[in-house]
Ligand binder design. Structure first.
Ligand code: GDP
Ligand code: IMO
Ligand code: MG
Length: 423
């Protein structure tokens, strides 16, 4: 059996959690392969709302296994809080949650380094979620990191303290930040780690490859989005992991030949949270309307998301580097009240019209738009593709033709069941 993949194609928050939760019923295992608690995946069903940061979005489907892969970075304090939240909500899941021993640990001093690095950048800051993601992946690739499988070894505390002291020395190169609560944070961190010891730790790469051999169906759940990928995103305004299909192989331990369908998710418009280039951003009342109707506020940090029109040069690029085989459009209902819907089909730079995004996207391009009529009616009743108003279908078909990949799923609301299959 192949591993199907869900990826965000923009700057994150495309609705991955909702789509994974919906599709999970067709799978045996859902696996996260990169990122960490910088992610915030929102799920809504039976009148309830959950935001997951580290735990895969298959957790609410009975009988389904959820694997946190080796490519994920884990903050024990946040994971413990997430687990407690699910416990309080009466979700029975611990026998269905597996953690790869090779997943790296985010230490309290990683989050301090993240904060100090951002503060030192001043106006040029990345707008990190300040969850310690960058410093943890730096320690991983720098071959200094601690992995969750290490917590059972007798020298774990000594290794922790050696790395923590190194971090405190590193902090001296930055303008001073407040570290007064470090001891308290470390206590909570160690207490959380202790309680996580009762979870199931596995050699994730053996586990997943055996499952594939046994004919199990696996869905890999991406975090962040293509334009935040450390190699192909809007560097340096990116996250520190590979958010694309290649990240699935690295972050789970499977070969590229095991990849099946790659479902790319895009909102019907575009958002970004944090700093960095965003060519189609709307700093006007239209952008404000998208933010208001789309409730565009970060699921992890609560920050207002920057809003703008669909950006096809960026989307086509994401489809190319991600090897996308199908598209899911989310939040199309947010466009219900717009007279006109715009889509950037090209960029203008160097006094010419281009379809490609340039090496340096920072303030160098002017989007060229195509305009489509809005449908000016609620999509609330739409359960099948044929029930979409004519203008909505025209918008979907136009996008499909422009990007050259089939649109197979259209999400019309945040709730689990609000998903329309096309074809
Ligand atoms: P993720 O990080 O990709 O999982 O996305 P987030 O959860 O951060 O943000 C997506 C937001 O949009 C959440 O509040 C979802 O509940 C909501 N959402 C997802 N799909 C739809 C949709 O089709 N319509 C509407 N109105 N909201 C949606
Ligand atoms: P999900 O999985 C949206 C952004 C941050 C910042 C940059 C780097 O919910 O789609 P980091 O904390 O990784 O060092 O931040 O990336 N970012 C996200 N934006 N959704 C996310 O995750 C994000 N994870 C990181 O805002 O600009
Ligand atoms: Mg999110």
């Amino acid at each position: 059996m192949a591993v199907d993949v869900i990826l965000g194609l923009q700057w994150g928050d495309e609705g991955k959690g909702k789509i994974v939760d919906h599709l999970a019923k067709k799978y045996d295992i859902v696996a996260r392969f990169q990122g960490g608690p910088n992610a915030g995946h929102t799920l809504k069903f039976d009148g309830k709302k959950f935001v997951l940061h580290t735990i895969p979005s298959g957790v609410f489907r009975p009988n389904l296994l959820n694997l946190i892969g080796n490519g994920v970075v884990i903050d024990p304090t946040i994971l413990k809080r997430e687990i407690d939240g699910l416990d309080q909500a009466g979700v029975i899941f611990k026998d269905r949650l597996l953690i790869s021993k090779k997943a790296h640990l985010i230490m309290p001093t990683h989050t301090l380094l993240d904060a100090a690095s951002e503060a030192a950048k001043g106006k040029a800051k990345i707008g990190s979620t300040l969850k310690g993601i960058g410093p943890t992946y730096m320690d991983k690739t720098g071959r200094n990191g601690l992995r969750i499988g290490d917590i059972f070894s007798s020298n774990f505390k000594a290794r922790y303290h050696a790395l923590r002291n190194k971090h405190l020395n590193l902090l001296r190169v930055y303008p001073p930040i407040d570290i007064a609560d470090l001891a308290e944070r470390e206590k909570v961190w160690f207490d959380s780690l202790e309680s996580l010891k009762s979870l199931q730790f596995v050699n994730g790469e053996y586990y997943i490859n055996q499952a594939i051999k046994d004919g199990k169906k696996v869905l890999a759940e991406g975090a962040q989005g293509a334009m935040l990928d450390v190699d192909f995103g809007t560097y340096p305004f990116v996250t520190s992991s590979s958010t694309l299909t290649a990240g699935v192989c690295i972050g789970l331990g499977i070969a590229p030949s095991k990849i099946g369908e790659v479902i790319g998710i895009t909102k019907a418009y575009c958002t970004r949270v944090g700093g960095g280039p965003f060519p189609t951003e709307l700093n006007d009342e239209v952008g404000e309307k998208l933010r208001r109707l789309g409730a565009e506020f970060g699921a992890t940090t609560g920050r207002p998301r920057r809003c703008g029109w669909m950006d096809l040069p960026a989307l086509k690029y994401a489809i190319m580097v991600g090897g996308i085989t199908q598209i899911c459009i989310t939040k199309i209902d947010i466009l219900d009240e717009f007279e006109e819907i715009r889509v950037a089909t090209h960029y203008e730079y160097d006094e010419e019209k281009h379809e490609e995004i340039p090496y340096d996207l920072v303030n160098t391009v002017e989007p060229i738009y195509k305009s489509y009529p809005g449908w000016n009616t609620s999509l609330d009743h739409v359960k099948e593709y044929d029930q979409f108003p004519k203008e909505a279908k025209e918008y979907i078909i136009a996008l499909e033709e422009l990007i050259g990949v089939p649109v197979t799923l259209i999400s019309t609301g945040p709730e689990r069941e609000k998903l329309v299959y096309k074809n």
